[in-house]
Design a protein around this ligand. Structure first.
Ligand SMILES: [Zn+2]
Ligand SMILES: [Zn+2]
Length: 366
């Protein structure tokens, strides 16, 4: 699918080439210390653009960087944030036609020419750039990013540009996993973890015509999955994997070869549960991340003739399809996001680092 480009909105406050432009960003200076500072935007290289940020989603990965549990690839101080929507303010030929266009910045920007990129596995590119990890990210007024993979938005269809920021990770990540699992109409998709990513996985699976079973430890999130069309919901605090499996075997009437088990909780308990749901010829995807080690019997894969795969981020080539689904409301974003001014970020990070799970995905507005 090709995305057309609408009439550009000219950046009114863009600096002329060669003139230093001052931006404002939230710097992580050391673990658990954030500072909002002004900084001079670097001159973009010929293959880079300056994007004026509309909004940037706050992801669990940002919290891991914040606490120091996961180290950023670029040394601190660094501006975090990898779920960005905004408007292109500066770009050089042949990309200057993008100036003034609203775009999504993919969270994973592959190099485009290594063997993995050429093999169509570009989201696993070893030379990829992730804003807020390899380079300064989107918790800022502006960011400088590789221009090639920016995803122009043809129209907004009444959506606010800042709300669309979550497409860059929270929505595209489950989309790629569901695509990788080859989910089709009539399949049974079991989503474990109805959080920032699982909420969108339920919607994408439903949009593709799959039947959905949702598993979480929080009843409110299960109610949310139910409202989004999940046919079965299970609280794994009170229902064990054996019972969930037995219930679905009887109730779903779907061949076990069409079971797609997607682990999105990023917990060892969720991973162990996912593993316990393996059935003959089923497929299991690992999308959540934890450093903890689940206790599993790997040979179950062999015994069940099952497939397990991992999925990291999302290739930019899937973005136009996801954008289209969001803009036409086949995936609903607005009920699941909440905007906060960037100035509130230090307090918000501190709160989320205590393990508090926001019910809606926070989007920081510069
Ligand atoms: Zn993320
Ligand atoms: Zn590459």
């Amino acid at each position: 699918m090709t995305m057309g480009i609408d009439a550009p909105e000219r950046g009114h406050d863009a600096a002329a080439p060669g003139v230093k432009q001052i931006a404002r960003g939230l710097f992580l200076t050391e673990p658990r210390r954030l500072e909002i500072r002004e900084f001079e935007l670097p001159e973009p290289a010929p293959d880079e653009a300056i994007v004026r940020v509309a909004g940037c989603g706050l992801c669990h990965t940002d919290i891991s960087f914040y606490t120091g549990a996961v180290k950023t690839r670029h040394p601190l101080p660094l501006i975090l944030g990898h779920e960005v929507s905004g408007t292109v303010e500066r770009a050089s030929p042949p990309f200057d036609a993008l100036i003034g266009h609203r775009v999504i910045v993919p969270a994973v920007l592959p190099c485009g020419h290594c063997d993995l990129c050429e093999a169509g596995r570009d989201n696993a590119c070893a030379s990829q750039t992730m804003p807020g990890n390899h380079i300064h990210g989107g918790f800022a007024s502006h960011l400088v990013v590789p221009v090639r993979q920016l995803v122009p938005l043809e129209f907004l269809n009444g959506h606010r540009l800042e709300d669309l920021a979550v497409i860059a990770d929270a929505v595209t990540t489950p989309y790629q996993a569901i695509t990788r699992a080859r989910v089709q109409s009539g399949d049974l998709v079991i989503v474990i973890g109805i959080g920032g990513i699982g909420t969108f996985a339920v919607q994408i699976a439903r949009a593709l015509g799959a039947q959905v079973a949702a598993v979480d430890v929080v009843d409110d999130r299960l109610a949310r999955a139910d409202a989004l069309g999940a046919r079965w919901t299970f609280n794994s605090r009170t229902t064990d994997g054996k019972t969930i499996k037995a219930t679905l075997l009887i109730a779903s009437h779907v061949s076990t070869a069409r079971w797609r088990i997607l682990e999105m909780s990023g917990t060892a308990a969720g991973q162990e549960l996912a593993w316990s749901l393996l059935v003959p010829a089923s497929t299991l995807g690992v999308i959540g991340f934890t450093r903890d080690r689940p206790e599993i019997r790997l040979s179950n894969l062999m015994a069940f003739d099952a497939v397990a795969f991992g999925s990291w981020g999302c290739s930019p080539r899937h973005y136009p399809e996801v954008v289209q689904m969001a803009l036409t409301n086949r995936i609903r974003l607005e009920p699941f996001v909440e905007c906060h001014p960037l100035d509130e970020a230090p307090e918000l990070f501190a709160r989320l680092a205590t393990g508090e799970h926001p019910e809606k995905r926070p989007i920081l507005i510069p």
